[in-house]
Design a protein. Structure first.
Ligand SMILES: [Mg+2]
Length: 232
């Protein structure tokens, strides 16, 4: 695969660059800490109860009942700012190579609330790798990846119509619109840790499938290094 031309890359965030469940765990720990302070609850037990339940609020409710109503729970959960989150190792290697290629525009295109998505970006320590106008969050633009708008926004900001690549994990929304817009798409396979399950491709309508499936972002790192004659 040749990446030596005029290209632009855009990444999904959750379960592409890091494991979203690590963020969910940080939010759960934050809620448990709050309950320990406010109600004298046992934070370790609450954390375990929330992790064991199919949905964390049910686990919490089972132990402390109505002490923390769902809206208060959501407020604390969504306000969580983890001190740090681990970037996937293959993502770190790829982003380090891209940081050495300033001619390649690199975008983040992610669905979610601005506060939460920026909290993740800060905790991952990748703030410096993406210029602010190259971070596109659905809440900020008012459209998510079920519409063409996040991708069209990137194309307009870069004033570039071709040579785009999107790298994501979610078959419901990461590949349909970019492909319709002429982008090439890569799906990173679930290593068993994703929050959203990745159904077998044969069960997915062809227009929702990615162009390429990769087990690791290291594939892109090696292809980019080869195309640009860079040392890894
Ligand atoms: Mg994702």
């Amino acid at each position: 695969m040749d990446f030596s031309g005029n290209i632009a890359l855009a990444f999904d965030l959750d379960d592409t660059l890091y494991d979203e469940r690590d963020y969910a765990r940080a939010c759960i720990a934050n809620v448990a800490r709050h309950c320990a302070e406010a109600f004298g609850s046992d934070a370790i037990r609450l954390e375990a109860d929330m992790l064991a339940a199919p949905n964390p609020y049910d686990g919490l409710h089972g132990t402390i009942g109505d002490k923390l109503p769902i809206d208060a729970f959501l407020k604390i959960y969504r306000a969580t700012e983890p001190a740090s989150l681990p970037l996937r190792e293959d993502a770190r290697r790829l982003l380090e190579v891209l940081a050495r290629c300033p001619h390649i525009p690199v975008y983040l295109i992610t669905d979610g609330r601005c506060h939460g998505q920026y909290a993740k970006i800060n905790a991952l320590g990748i703030t410096d790798l993406f210029t602010p106008e190259r971070i596109i969050i659905s809440e900020a633009i008012g459209f998510d990846k079920h519409t063409p708008m996040p991708f069209v926004t990137a194309m307009a900001r870069e004033n570039r119509h071709s040579g785009w690549y999107y790298i994501g994990d979610n078959l419901a929304k990461d590949f349909y619109w970019p492909r319709r817009l002429g982008w090439s798409t890569f799906m990173v396979t679930d290593r068993g840790r994703n929050v959203h399950p990745q159904p077998p491709l044969k069960n997915i309508a062809p227009e929702y499938r990615p162009d390429f499936v990769i087990d690791s972002l290291d594939y892109l790192t090696s292809q980019i290094c080869q195309s640009l004659s860079l040392q890894v």
